[in-house]
Write a protein that binds this ligand. Structure first.
Ligand code: GDP
Ligand code: MN
Length: 380
């Protein structure tokens, strides 16, 4: 789960990292009122789950409250990486002397949190990583000991020659590491970490992604979810108790069980097709879940054929069949559908499907081959 910058800034602030104050506005008038309250120069920042806002014109400096209102008007409603800006953050503008990068990610290769810092921070950090990787310093942190003061200080000196600034950066790194654990983050980034002309070090941008598996035990963090900023299909799926991941192909897959769903996707690829999604309707039996699943799959304009692959254990064939019949009554399908249905109550399930004019296959290979052919517009 991704957090907005303003939420990430709050977390960093609570952990003692110096971050300028700020407030969120949904209208230009609100933006103006906040700018008036803050006084002086402000920065108006698009709050969307995407980086590169600066380059996209989603971060603008304003000298007056009236100018803040004008910028907010331009930024609100703007699209950045296919996300619509619904909120802007208004914060006092900082004077920048230098921009660095500080980030922590959970790294699968080293199986550790890795701290990365670079004195070449700011909006071109991706380019720095690609072209001059030696400007990025890395440290895999041993979670048994955490980030030790001397390690943090060494990286502080990789950013700043000045002792005071190096110490301030080291302190921020240790606090960032604490924040990562406290909120269950898989990624936490400060870019830019700036120095101001008077020498102070502060965080001007913050990005935090939470490991979804942590949300169950952190309701305060789970409450930060901004449903309006997420992919519509994934929100609907989560609310319906389905595990859904959107992919780029055209074979819409509806499967019971994560393992079978993975195997189905493998087989779709094996027979030359591309899955449009991963979708696990779960082990429980509930026709409503099938209706929700079909609504999500048919809502994807890329889908050219739908493949049901049900191997009933706890899931009952009749429940799935009832779900399919109910769904196709609610919204008639515009693309072909192939159903493979075996296992618990398969006979009842197949009877229900046949009464409604659908055929069911018993063999997974056959079903996948047919679905792939139909997605390509061929008759299998
Ligand atoms: P991003 O492009 O989505 O990463 O958004 P950032 O919040 O990092 O802002 C992009 C750039 O805008 C930063 O690298 C800064 O150069 C600039 N910027 C952001 N906030 C301020 C500020 O308070 N003062 C000044 N002078 N520049 C800022
Ligand atoms: Mn940034």
């Amino acid at each position: 789960m991704n957090l907005h910058e303003y939420q990430a800034r709050d977390i960093l602030r609570r952990h003692g990292i110096p971050v300028p104050p700020g407030e969120v506005a949904s209208t230009p008038a609100e933006a103006r009122a906040i700018a008036e309250r803050l006084g002086g120069k402000v920065v108006v920042k698009a709050q969307v789950h995407a980086g590169g806002r600066g380059k996209a014109g989603g971060v603008k400096l304003a000298k007056t409250a009236a100018e803040a209102e004008t910028h907010a008007k331009a930024i609100l409603g703007m699209t950045i990486k296919s996300l619509t800006v619904q909120k802007v953050l208004i914060a006092p503008a900082a004077e920048i002397a230098s921009e660095s990068y500080v980030g922590i990610i959970v790294d699968r290769a080293s199986q550790r949190p890795v701290l990365m810092v670079s004195p070449a921070g700011g909006i071109d950090i991706e380019e720095v990583a690609a072209k001059t990787p030696d400007k990025i310093h890395r440290l895999a942190i041993d979670p048994r000991y955490g980030l030790l003061p001397h390690q943090a200080l060494a990286l502080g000196f990789a950013l700043y020659g000045d002792v005071k600034q190096a110490r301030a950066a080291a302190d921020i790194m240790q606090k960032l590491y604490g924040a990562v654990y406290a909120v269950g983050a898989s990624l936490a980034e400060i870019n830019p970490l700036v120095t101001t002309p008077d020498g102070t070090v502060q965080a001007l941008d913050a990005k935090i992604s939470i490991d979804d598996n942590e949300l169950e035990r952190r309701p305060d963090i789970a409450a930060l979810r901004d449903v309006s900023a997420e992919a519509r299909q994934e929100v609907v799926a989560r609310e319906a108790g389905l595990t859904f991941i959107k992919l780029e192909g055209n074979v819409g897959c509806c499967v019971n069980g994560a393992g079978l769903a993975m195997a189905t996707m493998d087989l779709v690829k094996y027979y030359g097709g591309e899955p449009a999604n991963f979708l696990d309707i779960g082990g429980s039996s509930n026709p409503q879940k099938v209706v929700s699943a079909l609504r999500i799959i048919t809502g994807d304009p890329n889908v050219k054929a739908i493949l049901f692959n049900i191997f009933g254990g706890i899931t009952r064939g009749d429940d799935v069949a009832n779900g399919i019949v109910q769904a196709t009554k609610e919204f008639p399908l515009k693309v072909p559908m192939v159903i493979r249905l075996t296992g618990t109550n398969e006979r009842e399930g197949i009877a229900i499907l046949e009464r409604a004019g659908f055929a069911a296959l018993a063999d997974m290979d056959d079903a996948v081959k047919q679905a792939v052919a139909k997605a390509k517009g061929k008759v299998a």
